[in-house]
Design a protein around this ligand. Structure first.
Ligand SMILES: Nc1nc2c(ncn2[C@@H]2O[C@H](COP(=O)(O)OP(=O)(O)OP(=O)(O)O)[C@@H](O)[C@H]2O)c(=O)[nH]1
Ligand SMILES: [Mg+2]
Length: 305
């Protein structure tokens, strides 16, 4: 179980490729059972606990243990994730694959933007997609219908992708050297910000129907972003959303973040997005610590559609 939000159970994770489920190795748990062995007060523990627990000792009164192990668990989980993310980053860099981790609230327009982007640049950039959702392969189906390969990862109760899930997705997708990979994370502005996947850059989408206060309320996500996209600009006449205020908040948290306002449905602002993408497939953003690898020429890009 994820110690940061209590959401993730690796046993429920499923990876599906075009032809349905693929066999994936039993995942190594990303956390340690910190109570292995003898508990300080002399009794055996089988599980780590995020919170306190009640029990009684033989002959003694019932009592409560304080949740003293939470920080240890979180550090252990994230440290292991960071190690696996570094491996992913090396694997991607070795193949000159630029990977963009796309994050937002549910329904902000991630898949809609990816489908538009595939229509415009799918062949040229050799785009492939790893889709993360708790359930269904609806988004992977949309990507495949747009003509590009996609793998769906269902996280079950989990609310984010982690580095090991990405590794398993990469095994199933096998993106070509020199290609461009989008990772559509589970719709959530909280946990995905904490889990490095080994991506080249993080793209955060906020839609105008969510309110312009999101950077203040979910600072970790906006601090981690390389690019913030404000989507659904076509709805600005109908909702209260101050674009300048949203940008001001995001810049306060992350002074170097780049920002764009677009409409994935009517196409407004998409040229700027495509320019950003082309620029960053040639000279990757450095925020995530990726090594710089020039984009392979078009003739080198193979596709596995
Ligand atoms: N008006 C408007 N609607 C949009 C825009 N972009 C996406 N939508 C709509 O928003 C809804 C959600 O879009 P998706 O692309 O599925 O959003 P998502 O972020 O992928 O959603 P999850 O994967 O469920 O988190 C759909 O009904 C889209 O048609 C936009 O720019 N303007
Ligand atoms: Mg989606």
């Amino acid at each position: 179980m994820c110690s940061t939000c209590g959401c993730s159970d690796d046993g429920e994770v499923r990876v599906s490729s075009v032809n349905g489920s693929v066999a994936v190795p039993e995942p190594d748990h990303g956390h340690q059972h910190v109570h292995d062995g003898e508990h300080p007060d002399g009794h055996q523990q089988e599980h780590a606990h995020d919170g306190g627990h009640n029990h009684s000792h033989e002959g003694g009164p019932a009592h409560t243990h304080a949740p003293v192990t939470t920080i240890t668990l979180e550090q252990s989980l994230l440290a292991k994730n960071d190690l696996l993310a570094a491996r992913n980053r090396g694997w991607l860099a070795g193949r000159a694959i630029q990977a963009f981790n796309v994050m937002s609230s549910p329904g902000a327009g991630k898949t809609t933007l990816l489908v538009r982007t595939i229509e415009e640049l799918g062949e040229r950039l050799g785009i492939t997609v790893i889709e993360g959702d708790q359930e269904t392969s609806l988004d992977a189906d949309r990507i495949r219908s747009a003509g590009r390969p996609a793998v769906q990862i269902n996280t079950g109760a989990g609310c984010h992708l982690d580095a090991d899930m990405l590794r398993r997705g990469l095994e199933a997708l096998n993106p070509a050297p020199g290609s461009t990979l989008f990772i559509e994370n589970v719709g959530n502005l909280v946990c995905p910000a904490l889990f490095d996947l080994g991506e080249t850059a993080k793209v955060v989408i906020i839609s105008v129907t969510e309110g312009d206060d999101k950077p203040q309320k979910y600072p970790h996500m906006f601090m981690a972003a390389d690019l913030v996209i404000i989507n659904k600009s076509d709805l600005l006449p109908y909702v209260e959303f101050d674009v300048d205020e949203c940008l001001r908040q995001a810049r306060q948290l992350n002074p170097h973040v780049e920002m764009l306002a677009i409409s994935a449905t009517n196409g407004a602002g998409l040229d700027s997005w495509y320019d950003w993408l082309i620029k960053n497939t040639q000279t990757p953003a450095s925020h995530a610590g990726a090594q710089s690898h020039p984009m392979a020429s078009e003739s080198q890009v193979q596709t596995n559609a």
